[in-house]
Design a protein around this ligand. Sequence first.
Ligand code: FES
Ligand code: FES
Length: 157
Amino acid sequence: MQITTTVNGRSFTGEVEPRMLLVHFLRDVLGLTGTNVGCDTTSCGACTIHLNGESVKSCTVLAVQADGKELTTIEGMATEAGLHPIQKAFQENHGLQCGYCTPGMVMAAASFLKENSKPTEREVREALEGNLCRCTGYHNIVKSVLAAAVALEGVVQ
Ligand code: FES
Ligand code: FES
């Protein structure tokens, strides 16, 4: 099937198999390998991206469902000016160990902080409950998201 989609600001039109998962489209067709596959069963959140500004697990979405939509992956977060404030917060607060879950964590956090710019620690933990870190570095991940909220001008309670 032919689809047209915008990924990180660039338009793509082409044929995809109807059964192709969005995460495989991003990684294998577009070469955007920053989006990881951790489980393929909607459990881990490593594949989290933004679809029309909302975070989705891209292993749960078909590529054809991206037709006419705008996608943002981790590759689309930094600008020429540098890392996105959330990426910078993860860097500064040691919010990663092996880094496998990190792209999904950053994308989930970005979506969450748009909805709640002044989160409590508990709210951050609840918001990220669909994203698993196999290194179990949750303390610094939460710290990073709280720091990102401040950097994005939110006032942490
Ligand atoms: S790979 Fe999509 S949720 Fe784990
Ligand atoms: S940092 Fe290794 S899986 Fe989260």
